[in-house]
Design a protein around this ligand. Structure first.
Ligand SMILES: [Zn+2]
Length: 316
C-alpha cells in the first residue's frame, strides 16, 4: 500500500508563487529562479522514480517524501519501501548527460557534453540518511530492521560511469526501472540471513505518524518580506498580473482571456506567502479592483472557513 503520496514540495510551491509576484529588480530573484529550477528538476525525477517504485505498492508498504526528526536534527528521504524483512531507502537523482562516480576521490561529476560540473557524493548522502534512519528506528524500538540504501537514477538516458570500484557503485546505484527487482532481491537476501518477518503496514503507520513537512522561510532564505509580494490576480493563460473583475469572473487586458476561477490561485498564493488567514480588507487589496461585497462573495465561495473570533477567513 502507498501510505504517503508525494505532494509538490512546499519550497517549490512557495518559490513558484513568489517569483511572479516580485519586482523584476528584487535582489535575490535570480537565485530564487535558479533554486526553483533545481527543485523542479528534483521533483520531476522523484515522480519518475515513484512510477516504478509504486509497482511494489500492492505487496509492500511505500512512503514518499519522508521527513523525520532525530537527535534534534531533521532529515529527509525521497522514498521508503518497507518489505518482508527490510526497509529500502531510496534517494533519487535526476541528471541528464553522463555522470561519473569516482570511488577513490568520492566525488560525482556530470558532463552534458559541454560543461563538467561537480555534485555532492550521493553515496555519502544516502549513507548519512541511512545512519539517521537507523538511529530513529532504534529510538522507536524498531532497531532490528535492516536498511538497504539505493541511489536511483531517474532519467533512463543518463549514462553512469565509474572510476574505481564498479562493485561498490553497483551496490547502490540503480536505474529507476530496475529498482523494484533490486529491492525484492535485497529483501530476499536479508530473509535468508535470518532477518525477522516485518509487519510492514504497522511500521509504515508508525513512521507516517512522526512525519512532518519540509518547508523554507522565504524571509530567512531570500529576504522576501510580505510587503515585497505584489498583489493582483494572475492570468492563467499569459501570466499577466492584474486581471480585472468582470461579471462572474476575471478578464485579462493583455490576452483578453476570461477565467471564472483565477482568484483561487491568488488566494492560495496569499496563504502561502503572506499570512495563513485573510480579512475582507486584505482580500480587496490582494485581488484588486473589487468592492467589499464582491470580496465577501468570493471568500464565501472559495472553500474557506470563517473564524468568528478573529473576523477572518482560513483554509479548511
Ligand atoms: Zn492573459
Amino acid at each position: 500500500m502507498n501510505l504517503k503520496q508525494r505532494p509538490k514540495p512546499r519550497p517549490l510551491q512557495k518559490l513558484d508563487a513568489a517569483i511572479p509576484r516580485l519586482s523584476p529588480t528584487f535582489p535575490n530573484l535570480g537565485r530564487m529562479q535558479e533554486d526553483a529550477r533545481k527543485h523542479q528538476q528534483g521533483y520531476s525525477g522523484e515522480k519518475k522514480i515513484d512510477y516504478f517504485l509504486d509497482n511494489l505498492a500492492p505487496i509492500h508498504t511505500i512512503l514518499h517524501d519522508v521527513y523525520l526528526r532525530e537527535n534534534n536534527k531533521n532529515f529527509q528521504m525521497d522514498s521508503l519501501a518497507i518489505a518482508n524483512h527490510s526497509i529500502s531507502l531510496i534517494d533519487s537523482k535526476n541528471y541528464n548527460g553522463t555522470i561519473t562516480f569516482n570511488t577513490t576521490l568520492r566525488q560525482l561529476t556530470r558532463s552534458d557534453g559541454k560543461v563538467e560540473s561537480g555534485f555532492g557524493y550521493p553515496i555519502t548522502q544516502v549513507n548519512n540518511q541511512n545512519f539517521h534512519l537507523q538511529n530513529w528506528l532504534n529510538q522507536h524500538n524498531l532497531g532490528h530492521i535492516p536498511i538497504k540504501s539505493f541511489v536511483a537514477i531517474a532519467d533512463p538516458s543518463t549514462v553512469v560511469k565509474v572510476e574505481g570500484s564498479q562493485e561498490e557503485i553497483s551496490n547502490y546505484v540503480v536505474h529507476a526501472a530496475e529498482l523494484p527487482v533490486r529491492i525484492l532481491n535485497a529483501d530476499r537476501q536479508f530473509g535468508k540471513k535470518g532477518a525477522r518477518k516485518l509487519s510492514d503496514y504497522q511500521i509504515g503507520k508508525t513512521i507516517l505518524s512522526k512525519c512532518s513537512e519540509f518547508d523554507i522561510d522565504l524571509f530567512k532564505k531570500y529576504g522576501v518580506r510580505p510587503a515585497d509580494i505584489l498583489p493582483g490576480v494572475i492570468c492563467p493563460d499569459c501570466g499577466w498580473r492584474g486581471m480585472e473583475r468582470v461579471y462572474n469572473g476575471w478578464h485579462c487586458r493583455k490576452c483578453h482571456c476570461f477565467s471564472r476561477h483565477a482568484h483561487l490561485k491568488a488566494l492560495d498564493d496569499y496563504f502561502l506567502l503572506v499570512k495563513d488567514s485573510i480579512t475582507n480588507k486584505a482580500c480587496m487589496w490582494f485581488l484588486g479592483s473589487i468592492n467589499r461585497g464582491t470580496a465577501t462573495r468570493i471568500l464565501k465561495t472559495s472553500g474557506l472557513v470563517y473564524n468568528n473570533e478573529h473576523r477572518c477567513w482560513q483554509k479548511a
